[in-house]
Design a protein. Structure first.
Length: 516
């Protein structure tokens, strides 16, 4: 009798242990099942711990950002702790991101791409294909429905590409505009100018031959960029993207140059207040990680949702070119709307952060640590030293539940932006085209077919059965990226995919991250 009870107890423990292993293997961030083989996980703790204090973060070209414990009122944008937030809020998925030029917005777009892709959300996608598709809705492409694809499920969820902010035109796209979150990103104006000057080769456009082209331009900007030429890459470009009237930019700039003064008119001040009031969050490039954590709390997202790689980062001589205080003042008079706009939204962001107190900064440090772990794991995975059974487990903390980072996640985190846009476009066309199989909405794994080995590196899956714009996919995506996509679309079996970059021609190791 005693032996039987002991045996039954051991069997029960074995069943519990087996169930735990199975559940762990199938757990994938609480929203999608991990459809890889059920194999033991390996914990990789390869991140370098951050050494920031719990009080301040040092930033370049700006004063220290301090967080006071203060007795100010609680933040209205989120509960004080992430633990409370997870218990009370619901994930929000309706997003408008006004992508301003050369502010680092591509990194944020990639976060939105991955989030929307995994949840089958409907993006506002330009009909224009190929190079320049990111600007397919710029400046006022939303005014004509022929400029963008219809929503794949009857309603749009995310707008993430370049367009000029027009509240009425944008809200008309959404079924329930009151549920849409408006976000944008600003950058310190001189830093934004340096980036534009390099990216758009403005020295060559303006026929400036000098070892210090930025200084040469700022000595007489009107000489190189005539007053009546708009849109301008140098004249209040962020304000222009956010809807400040072009004629007002011309008149404001002319007045500033004539008076040789950086005093800002009531029209400019009112515009800055308008943007602050109408946007739920204005992020800053200089405080990008802090902005992401604010966004996460506001949207009730998970920590995994905001992990990212910095994209479109460049090293260029003009980034370090010394600009004297006199020339900086010249730039303030020329870029007359962007400076007060940035100043206003900088103060707004700091106020939000200070309201949240020390818990917020602790979460930012934790986020940086987890993001570094993800980088190290995905780079190691790309070096082919790991196998398909190797996963990174991020342990539970005060700000996140336990979650798993897989090689598949690495592929999606590093997916090229044009590849994402092309795959989202292909999905939209496949779903909205009634002659093709509708996108599966159930969670059951029901792949349509198995790709034969002899076709894997050929044309077998670049056919109408798998894609609508196959040539675009071949041009914009690697084979590994496409196979991972086909698996997520439930069109092929898992053994036909590559969940680690070293197989099927993936992108390989990511180079050292560069500051944009």
């Amino acid at each position: 009798m005693v032996m039987a009870q002991t045996l039954n107890g051991k069997i029960a423990l074995l069943i519990l242990f087996t169930s735990a292993v199975v559940l762990a293997g199938w757990y994938y961030d609480g929203s999608r099942l991990l459809r890889a083989d059920l194999r033991p996980v390996v914990i990789h703790d390869v991140a370098t711990h951050h050494t920031q204090t719990a009080r301040t973060i040092k930033t370049s070209n700006l004063t220290k950002l301090s967080y006071s414990n203060g007795t100010s009122k609680p933040a209205t944008m989120s509960p004080p702790t992430e633990k409370d937030s997870r218990q009370t809020c619901q994930e929000r998925t309706k997003i408008v991101f006004i992508k301003t030029h050369k502010t680092g917005g591509t990194s944020f777009v990639q976060i939105l791409h991955r989030f929307g892709y995994l949840r089958n959300l409907s993006f506002v996608i330009p009909t224009k294909r190929g190079p320049g598709t990111m600007n397919g809705l710029y400046p006022k492409g939303l005014k004509k429905s022929s400029n963008y694809l219809p929503p794949q499920d009857g309603a749009f969820d995310i707008l993430a590409y370049h367009t000029i902010y027009d509240r009425k035109a944008i809200t008309n796209l959404f079924n329930n505009p009151e549920n849409v979150t408006f976000v944008t990103l600003l950058r310190e104006p001189l830093s934004q100018f340096r980036s534009s000057f390099n990216y758009y080769h403005l020295a060559r456009q303006f026929n400036i031959v000098s070892e210090t082209p930025i200084a040469t331009f700022l000595q007489s900007p009107a000489k190189y960029n005539p007053r009546l030429r708009l849109p301008s890459l140098t004249k209040s470009p962020m304000a222009l993207d956010l809807g400040f009237p072009p004629t007002a930019i011309i008149s404001s700039t002319a007045l500033s140059l004539r008076n040789q003064s950086e005093k800002y008119s009531p029209t400019i001040r009112d515009f800055a207040r308008k943007i602050s009031d109408e946007f739920d969050l204005v992020m800053l490039t200089e405080f990008f990680d802090e902005s992401l954590v604010l966004f996460k709390r506001m949207m009730c997202w998970q920590l995994k949702d905001i992990l990212y790689y910095k994209t479109n980062g460049y090293i260029y001589a003009q980034k370090e070119e010394v600009v004297s205080e006199k020339l900086r003042q010249s730039h303030k008079r020329w870029d007359v709307v962007d400076y007060p706009l940035y100043e206003k939204l900088n103060n707004t962001l700091r106020d939000k952060i200070n309201e949240l107190g020390s818990d917020f900064l602790s979460e930012v440090v934790h986020f940086k640590t987890v993001n570094a772990k993800m980088h190290q794991y995905c780079i190691g995975n790309a070096s082919s030293s790991l196998g398909t059974n190797d996963y990174l487990i991020i342990e539970k903390s005060a700000w996140n539940d336990v979650f798993v980072i897989t090689p598949s996640f690495c592929t999606l985190a590093k997916l090229g932006i044009r590849c994402y846009m092309t795959l989202l476009r292909d999905r939209n066309l496949r779903v909205t085209n009634s002659s093709h199989t509708q996108f599966p909405t159930n969670n059951a794994y029901e792949p349509l077919t198995r790709i034969d080995n002899d076709k894997r590196y050929g044309e077998g899956f670049y056919t109408e059965r798998y894609c609508q714009i196959c040539e675009d996919i071949k041009r914009d995506c690697t084979l590994n990226e496409y196979l991972t996509h086909l698996f997520h679309e439930k069109l092929i079996y898992p053994f036909d995919t590559s969940f680690y970059v070293s197989v099927h021609g993936g992108r390989g190791p990511v180079e050292k991250t560069l500051e944009e």
